[in-house]
Design a protein. Structure first.
Length: 245
């Protein structure tokens, strides 16, 4: 029999490593894309302006480098992202294949009924996700992590979330706690009067929940996740709740 805690630690460590690499890559690529969009025209305008031309370095090769470097950065970061994603998928597959040789992983018994339930099928129950966050960077991170595995929609605040939930059913709602117009707590209270009782609502926050946890749970949250979002932490939390269903 293999040592299960150590194996699970290996899975979590691998997921954490790739999350820690992927998150700054996403942010860097976003910044590079902004530079690629706006910097070339700005440089060209400065070249043509007698008042601003002196702020640029001398020599055509330096001007050319300033204009084209952001595009090169975007391209290189996209290549690195692709390689990281391929490596991450490969390592997760190898690790999960090793762990799946354990009978306990292949058929984990439900705590109450004794029914044999495949651990991997628990998380697969979640098909549709609504990510609610007012910050573009966190929506982009969420898209990069979730879109390959789930059908994902996005809302910028609680009011948008209410409107979208009236039009479509979501198995899981990831709700940022701190947003303008209608924050996560207000939106969750309202959503609980409108959505299915089976809908899972995880609060997202970069601040400690602390003593507010019990009050937020009473208002309709299922549980909480730290930002920035991690796919592994999300799936681990889903599994932990499904084991108690």
């Amino acid at each position: 029999m293999t040592d299960r805690p150590n194996e699970q630690n290996d899975v979590d460590s691998t997921a954490t490593l790739f999350h820690d690499i992927a998150t700054p890559l996403v942010i860097a690529k976003m910044k590079a894309e902004l530079l690629a969009k706006y910097l070339p025209d700005l440089i060209k305008a400065m070249v043509d302006s007698p008042e601003l031309r002196h702020l640029l370095p001398e020599g055509e090769k330096f001007i050319d480098a300033l204009i084209h470097s952001p595009e090169i950065m975007v391209s290189n970061l996209a290549i690195v992202q692709k390689k990281i994603n391929l490596l991450s998928t490969s390592m997760r597959h190898q690790t999960n294949s090793f762990i799946s040789t354990s009978v306990d992983d292949l058929a984990a018994p439900d705590a109450r009924s004794g029914v044999q339930i495949n651990a991997s099928t628990r998380v697969s129950v979640i098909k549709t996700i609504l990510l609610v966050d007012d910050e573009v960077i966190h929506r982009d991170i969420g898209e990069s992590l979730l879109a390959p595995h789930y059908s994902v929609d996005f809302a910028k605040n609680g009011l948008e979330a209410l409107s979208m939930c009236e039009q479509k059913h979501y198995d899981l709602i990831l709700m940022d706690l701190h947003m303008p117009k209608m924050n996560g707590e207000q939106a969750t209270v309202e959503l609980r009067t409108r959505v299915s009782s089976e809908t899972i609502i995880f609060g997202l926050t970069s601040l400690p929940i602390g003593a507010n946890r019990s009050g937020l749970l009473a208002r309709g949250f299922t549980d909480f996740l730290e930002k920035p979002l991690s796919l592994q932490s999300l799936q681990n939390l889903l599994r932990s709740h499904e084991r108690h269903v």
